[in-house]
Write a protein of this length. Structure first.
Length: 218
C-alpha cells in the first residue's frame, strides 16, 4: 500500500510591518498568495497589521526556517540588507514580488528579494540586483543597472542605460538622464534631476542636482 506523502506548503511572511511592509503584503495578497503574517524585531508579538498577525522576530523565523518563505518589507536600505543576510544564513532566498499592474520586460533581470510596486515599468535588458525596491510608478528604462538594495521611490524616472549604485536612494519623482550614473549609497533628493554623474555617498538636490553634503550615516 503506498505511503501517503505529507507535504506542507511553505508559509509566506513579510519581514517588516511598517509602511513599506504593508505595501509589500498588499502586493503578495493581490497576487493571490497566502500571507501568514509579519515578522518584525521591534513590533509587539501578537499585534495585528492589515488584519494579519505579528508573529515574532528573528528567533521566530529561525525556528521555522525550513518551512517559510520571506518577502522583504523594510524600506531602509541597510536594514533591508541585514534581513536579506539573515535569510541567507537561514537558507531562505527572499521572494521577488511584482505587482500585477507593473510592466516588466521579459528580458529584464530581477534578483532575489526585489519588490516592484504598482504601475512601475522595467524595460528591456534592465538589470535589478538583489533586494532593490522599484516603488510605485517608477520607470527603469532599457539597459539600466540597479545596484543591490537600492531604492527608487515612487515616480522616480531613469533614462536608458542609467546606472544606480548599491544602497543608493532616489527620492520621490527624482529623474536621471540617460547614461548617467549615481554612486553607491548616494541620495538623490525628491524631485531632483541628475544631469551629471553623482559620486558615491553624497546627497544631491535640485534641478540640476548638485551636491548638498556628504552622507554621515550608515
Ligand atoms: C513611499 C515612500 O514614501 S518612499 C520614500 C520617499 N522619500 C523621499 O522621497 C525623501 C527624499 N528625501 C529628500 O528629498 C530630503 O530632503 C534629502 C534627503 C534630499 C535631504 O534631507 P536633509 O539632509 O534632512 O536636508 P534638509 O531637509 O535639512 O535640507 C537641506 C537643504 O536642502 C534643501 N532640500 C532638501 N531636499 C530637497 C529637494 N528634494 N530638492 C531641493 N532642495 C532640497 C532644503 O531646502 C535645504 O536647503 P537650505 O540649505 O538652502 O536651507
Amino acid at each position: 500500500m503506498p505511503v501517503a506523502q505529507t507535504r506542507t506548503t511553505p508559509k509566506l511572511v513579510i519581514y517588516g510591518c511598517g509602511g513599506h511592509g504593508k505595501v509589500v503584503a498588499d502586493i503578495a495578497l493581490t497576487r493571490g498568495l497566502s500571507v501568514e503574517g509579519f515578522v518584525d524585531d521591534k513590533a509587539p508579538e501578537g499585534g495585528r497589521v492589515l488584519d494579519l498577525p505579528i508573529l515574532g522576530g528573528a528567533t521566530w523565523l529561525e525556528a521555522r526556517r525550513s518551512n517559510v518563505r520571506v518577502a522583504l518589507g523594510i524600506g531602509e536600505n541597510q536594514a533591508r540588507c541585514r534581513v536579506y543576510e539573515l535569510c541567507e544564513r537561514l537558507g531562505i532566498i527572499p521572494l521577488t514580488l511584482i505587482h500585477p499592474t507593473a510592466a516588466v520586460a521579459s528580458s529584464a533581470q530581477l534578483g532575489a528579494g526585489v519588490v516592484v510596486m504598482a504601475q512601475a515599468v522595467i524595460n528591456p535588458d534592465a538589470r535589478v540586483a538583489n533586494g532593490a525596491i522599484i516603488n510605485s510608478g517608477a520607470i527603469v528604462e532599457h539597459d539600466c543597472e540597479i545596484g543591490a538594495f537600492a531604492h527608487l521611490s515612487p515616480n522616480a524616472t531613469l533614462g536608458g542605460a542609467v546606472r544606480i549604485g548599491a544602497f543608493a536612494h532616489l527620492g520621490l519623482g527624482a529623474s536621471v538622464l540617460p547614461g548617467k550614473a549615481v554612486g553607491d549609497e548616494a541620495v538623490v533628493g525628491a524631485g531632483s534631476v541628475v544631469l551629471t554623474d553623482v559620486p558615491p555617498r553624497v546627497v544631491v538636490v535640485g534641478v540640476p542636482a548638485r551636491v548638498k553634503r556628504q552622507r554621515e550615516d550608515r
